[in-house]
Design a protein around this ligand. Structure first.
Ligand SMILES: [Zn+2]
Length: 420
């Protein structure tokens, strides 16, 4: 089809620059549609091949992997294929993952000093890999460093802190966290802390952020550390959005739309507001975050095991679960996972969504076809099947999160130089 027939088709009279712009827009739509059609014409096998190729050559960053705590409990060498857990370098390479935001996870009932010791010991575990295998792993304190590592074939292990409780009431400690490479802080975990209310806790003593939490937001902005609102109450998110000079991130949260009333997932209103501030929502892969039946059944199984003192990772736990899943749906699939991505795209746009698996943190509830870090091509396959372009997929795989991270660092730089 030539351009003049396009113009006739759309009834546009080309007489000025505006007409040219409309023509470009129409042509872009035609090209986009033909790409979508081309993808639709492909067999599943061809699409999977495309997906694997995209994952091999594009940068993939996962914003939440709980591997350091996992390794502290199940010591295995993640530079090789491990028997336990969802993350190791071999499987990451198979899946095309290039950077794992490495979470220092602090349980909510840990006291301050113990929490700080835990920060150091989990940080050491991350450091062990970058120091022992400099030819495989590297630290990364900025998107630029992630890109540089990527270009050298090195796997990035940026350091993150899930739960700000070890900060206590000491803003100075933030400087320490910055010095050890922490690039984002999840304000709280399952319990309300000195910074903010938690969405798993009935204690809503602050009505959102505490007065110290508000101060902390400013300090995090100044230090160029990303603010993660996964686990925060709605009020906390509204206030973080109001007080932060930089975009904010949900590093491992999905959409409340699919599980009405579940505050751990984000409402459409909050997704839109996070997007309006140029932030990003990173979809959690855990089936209980993806599907309401899975959530209900997982809760039932967890309640039974807790009340009977059964460890989820013991043989007894595995046996109980194996029986339970015969009659109960507890795991979703990549289709439901991509439904969440689709929903965020519909609500806020393609620039505000990414992948925050929560691998090693969601127990055995990963989707049946996205069990570990080797499975990113399965997600990309589903995106291709739905007609997403490679450019859009690239935004989901890393572009959106990297943009936000860059902007947070830039905001810190401006605040420190008095430019804002
Ligand atoms: Zn979490």
């Amino acid at each position: 089809m030539n351009s003049s027939s396009l113009i006739r088709m759309s009834g546009i009279i080309l007489n000025e620059g505006k007409g040219i712009l409309i023509l470009i827009a129409v042509m872009a739509m035609v090209i986009l549609q033909s790409c979508k059609n081309r993808q639709k014409d492909k067999s599943d096998e061809e699409l999977m091949k495309m997906a694997r190729e995209i994952c091999r050559k594009d940068l993939i960053i996962d914003s939440h992997i709980d591997w350091p705590e996992w390794v502290s409990h199940f010591p295995e060498d993640i530079s090789k294929r491990t028997k336990t857990g969802d993350f190791d370098l071999e499987r990451a390479n198979e899946g095309g993952l290039n950077a794992a935001m490495s979470v220092i996870y602090i349980n909510s009932d840990i006291a301050l000093e113990e929490g700080r010791r835990l920060v150091d010991s989990l940080r050491e575990i991350i450091g062990h890999y970058t120091e022992t295998y400099p030819e495989k792993f590297a630290e990364a304190r900025s998107p630029a460093e992630v890109r540089l590592n990527f270009s050298k074939g090195l796997f990035s292990l940026p350091v993150c802190l899930e739960n700000g409780s070890p900060i206590g009431d000491d803003k100075e400690y933030l400087n320490y966290l910055k010095s050890i490479g922490v690039v984002y802080i999840t304000l709280c975990h399952d319990m309300t802390n000195q910074i903010s209310d938690s969405n798993f806790d009935e204690d809503r003593r602050w009505g959102g952020l505490s007065p110290f939490g508000v101060e902390l937001i400013h300090e995090l902005n100044r230090l160029g550390i990303m603010i993660d609102i996964s686990h925060s109450t709605d009020s906390t998110v509204y206030q973080a959005l109001r007080y932060s000079s930089a975009p904010i991130v949900a590093t491992h949260s999905s959409c409340r739309h699919f599980i009405p009333g579940y505050e751990r997932n984000l409402s459409d209103t909050l997704i839109k507001l996070i997007a309006e501030k140029n932030g990003v929502v990173m979809v959690n892969f855990g089936s209980m975050f993806l599907d309401s039946t899975c959530l209900r059944n997982c809760n039932e199984a967890i309640a039974y095991m807790t009340s009977n003192g059964i460890n989820i990772y013991s043989d007894e736990g595995a046996e109980y679960l194996a029986d339970f899943v015969k009659t109960h749906k507890v795991v979703a699939t990549s289709v439901e996972l991509v439904n969440h991505i689709d929903h965020i795209v519909r609500v806020a746009g393609i620039d505000y969504v990414g992948l925050g698996s929560d691998f090693n943190g969601v127990g055995p509830t990963q989707p049946s076809d996205v069990r570990d870090v080797s499975a990113y091509p399965v997600i990309v396959f589903e995106l291709l099947k739905r007609g997403y372009s490679e450019m859009d997929i690239n935004k989901i795989l890393s572009g959106n999160f990297m943009r936000v991270w860059d902007e947070v660092i830039e905001t810190g730089r401006k605040l420190n130089s008095g430019l804002v």
